[in-house]
Design a protein around this ligand. Sequence first.
Ligand code: ADP
Ligand code: ADP
Length: 227
Amino acid sequence: MIRFEAVTKKYDDGTTAVDHLDLTAPTGKITVLVGPSGCGKTTSLRMINRMITPTSGTVLIDDQDTASLPAAKLRRGIGYVIQHAGLFPHRTIVDNIATVPVLNGVSRRQARTQALELMERVGLSPDFAKRYPAQLSGGQQQRVGVARALAADPPVMLMDEPFSAVDPVVRDQLQDEFLRLQAELGKTIVFVTHDIDEAIKLGDQIAVLRVGGTLAQLASPHELLTR
Ligand code: ADP
Ligand code: ADP
């Protein structure tokens, strides 16, 4: 469980991006942060893995204050997927996925075997293993991004508009596959999107933020659909 307790982020230029946010993201569920551009979604997400430090308040994971953990240790348990996949351009697909496990001491051979299994899970043909990111479509690159985040088997996944840069047909497929995968894996997921339809489709719970970084509403998909 991830918990924000009165979390505020004020940037150096005086912008208050997040303002006294109280929010719980339950274990094994998808919590979606949705709202217009500039409402503090990315800032909130990045305070979970401490890419951004709160100005005040506390972010807890399983009741542990994230500020009390070394950042590297914290991030070992947190997968991170962003809009343009953020792949290493000069590494093959299989090595992109295997990089973190190898850094964590898994043998190269074992990490590659595991990477191939993950490719299958996210719907990527093994034919892509030896290719480079630029040789894949946007949707395929996003699958690699998801596989790479899963490679460390983190209990928590942070996803920042992972499907927004691909065309609507591919986006729909990626969303469906993501839901299938999550039904199997049961990760604790915080998912950022500006698209309310995507929020309703993917979220077990939806936090609607408003500009100024406050929580407008915390709702189930059903509640958002029927109002
Ligand atoms: P969202 O993800 O919902 O679009 P962000 O978290 O990126 O929102 O931004 C929230 C607010 O904080 C916006 O007003 C944005 O301009 C501002 N902001 C984001 N990053 C910085 C920064 N590094 N310095 C100053 N202001 C920032
Ligand atoms: P930013 O890239 O927004 O300036 P930082 O400089 O604080 O953020 O982040 C340091 C580096 O660590 C960045 O390259 C970021 O992509 C990476 N990073 C942070 N958290 C994670 C994570 N959970 N998994 C993988 N990489 C991470």
